[in-house]
Design a protein around this ligand. Structure first.
Ligand SMILES: CC(C)(COP(=O)(O)OP(=O)(O)OC[C@H]1O[C@@H](n2cnc3c(N)ncnc32)[C@H](O)[C@@H]1OP(=O)(O)O)[C@@H](O)C(=O)NCCC(=O)NCCS
Length: 166
């Protein structure tokens, strides 16, 4: 997969150093619905979960790589672990790459993949209240706030899009 400015390829164990640098940043971690800590060990378990999700589901978040530099930008893609309330798309960028439009670029490609390749009728995203940057990404890809739900002990916004416009 690629977009205008990004390569989207499977996450691998070799991404660990970059991945850990991203997730041990508390400002990044505080936005994440799935966050379970900010230590390198927590990041390792997170990376293993995203790699394992591809093994189990056949899809997962991709590593995002900046075409112009080869730098690791973050991750984004389809996501539906056990207990998740639908097929999701998610996004997370290392802070140095915020403010460039990369999350929206990757999220739009991931959403299109869910409709075209996974045959989804509806695709959702769970977002913590107050995560205004993430809400903006959701709205830019055409998601609408549908309802709030309890997920893993937190009350979160559920945004979503349908294959056919509502
Ligand atoms: C949520 C997150 C991915 C949003 O990142 P972001 O950089 O704000 O979002 P985008 O990549 O879409 O970039 C949009 C910004 O880039 C700007 N931009 C600059 N150049 C651009 C370009 N060429 N094209 C589009 N936008 C561009 C936009 O104007 C916008 O700026 P603004 O924030 O001042 O309005 C990021 O904050 C993050 O990783 N947070 C931590 C993890 C997290 O919360 N994940 C979401 C869980 S639900």
């Amino acid at each position: 997969m690629e977009t205008e400015r990004l390569i989207m390829r499977p996450l691998t164990g070799s991404d660990f150093d970059d991945y850990a640098a991203m997730l041990t940043d508390p400002v990044v971690a505080e936005g994440l619905v799935e966050s379970s800590g900010t230590t390198p060990s927590d990041a390792w378990r997170s990376l293993a979960t995203f790699i394992g999700h591809r093994e189990i589901r056949g899809y997962s978040h991709w590593a995002l790589v900046e075409k112009s530099t080869g730098s690791f930008v973050g991750r984004a893609g389809p996501w539906q672990p056990h207990g998740f309330p639908g097929l999701g798309v998610g996004w997370c960028l290392t802070r140095a790459h915020w403010g460039k439009g990369y999350a929206t670029e990757a999220a739009a490609a991931a959403l299109a993949y869910c409709f075209a390749e996974l045959g989804a009728e509806e695709v959702i995203s769970l977002i913590r209240p107050g995560n205004t940057r993430s809400i903006s990404v959701a709205e830019r890809i055409g998601h609408r706030h549908l309802r709030d739900v309890d997920y893993r002990g937190k009350r979160v916004h559920l945004y979503g899009s349908s294959r056919s416009p509502r």
